[in-house]
Write a new protein. Structure first.
Length: 148
């Protein structure tokens, strides 16, 4: 996954906690999914304004591409955007960057396939119209609309 952060509008800082680190002071590989979750949650709250009282979201799939290590003294941020929208599923891309004096350096990229889910009936449901429209308006161009 070669990502261009210029294609992303949403960016949020992500804190590195002491418990995220391994013996060598690197962020443990499993923690990257938590960083993605933090950023995705901020995106859903601030941009998409997901109505958690109406629908939930479950993850169907996660992919992580580790490009450069992150260490205890790094400052990091995560870019997030929706890249595909179907009837009940949508793809969210993440780009984790290290903030340096020279700018931002891409360390990790990832994708999650998300499912709009009704916990009361325990099954996928259509993405709510308002949230769908917000994702489309915010992340266009480059967004794939798929209603299959």
């Amino acid at each position: 996954m070669s990502e261009n952060i210029a294609d992303y509008k949403f960016r949020t800082p992500v804190p590195i906690r002491f418990s995220d680190l391994d013996f060598y002071g690197h962020v443990n590989n499993a923690v990257y999914l938590t960083y993605f979750e933090i950023a995705r949650s901020d995106y859903w709250r601030e941009v998409v304004q997901w109505d958690w009282n109406h629908n939930g979201i479950i993850l169907a799939r996660s992919e992580v591409n580790y490009l450069k290590p992150i260490t205890r003294n790094d400052q990091i941020a995560c870019y997030v955007r929706t890249t595909r929208i179907g009837n009940s599923s949508f793809d969210v891309m993440h780009v984790l960057v290290k903030v340096t004096d020279e700018g931002e350096e891409i360390c990790t990229t990832g994708k999650t396939v998300c499912i709009s889910y009704d916990y009361s009936v325990h099954k996928p449901v259509k993405i709510p119209k308002e949230q769908r429209e917000r994702m489309i308006a915010y992340d266009r161009p480059g967004l794939i609309l798929n209603t299959n």
